[in-house]
Design a binder for this molecule. Structure first.
Ligand code: GTP
Ligand code: MG
Length: 161
């Protein structure tokens, strides 16, 4: 993207909290969802925008359901960085590993957030242990804990490149 603009795409398993993360970062964000048994699920994308220092950050949230691989491919075009949301109550699953492998192959700058840390069942330490060498920020998209700090830290690494 042009100078001063960053496209960051948010990936993660179904139900990890991608849409909630973008909502927490930008309360005016837009979400294209359908109703599933578990509640709303992303069927197209989330879109949020916020300023981080002198960078205009454009956030695109992907659908977590496996069948929407084609949507993830389209949203990935021209991304400057990727954030993978992991549900810290369920841990690093096969879908997370699949996404991680794809993004690593693309050599795109990457960070992880371990979400749902407000939940008593969350084990962010296990997420860190399962992703050796990677940056993992513990967050709660529900109450907003650490969401801005996590994004700010990631944007700083992108800006420094
Ligand atoms: N306790 C807790 N629940 C959360 C948090 N973030 C999201 N949730 C819940 O997790 C569920 C899924 O949240 P979404 O933000 O829709 O997850 P998603 O990753 O966008 O899901 P898909 O688009 O279907 O892949 C919802 O019931 C949320 O309320 C959190 O930080 N803490
Ligand atoms: Mg979603």
């Amino acid at each position: 993207m042009a100078e001063g603009r960053l496209k960051i795409v948010v990936f993660g398993s179904f139900n990890a909290g991608k849409s909630s993360f973008i909502q927490a970062l930008d309360p005016r964000s837009r979400h294209i969802e359908a109703t599933s048994k578990e509640g709303p699920t992303t069927v197209a994308f989330d879109f949020g925008r916020l300023q981080v220092g002198d960078q205009a950050v454009y956030l695109f949230g992907t659908p977590g359901q496996e069948r929407f691989e084609f949507v993830r491919q389209i949203l990935s075009r021209g991304m400057d960085g990727a954030i993978i949301v992991v549900d810290a109550t369920t841990g690093v699953d096969a879908m997370t590993r699949h996404l991680y492998g794809q993004l690593k192959a693309l050599k795109v700058p990457l960070a992880f957030v371990a979400n749902k840390c407000d939940s008593p069942g969350a084990v962010p330490e296990a997420v860190c242990r399962d992703l050796p060498g990677e940056v993992v920020h513990p967050i709660s998209a529900r109450n907003g804990d650490n969401v801005h700090a996590a994004l700010d830290a990631f944007v700083a690494t992108l800006a420094a490149r």
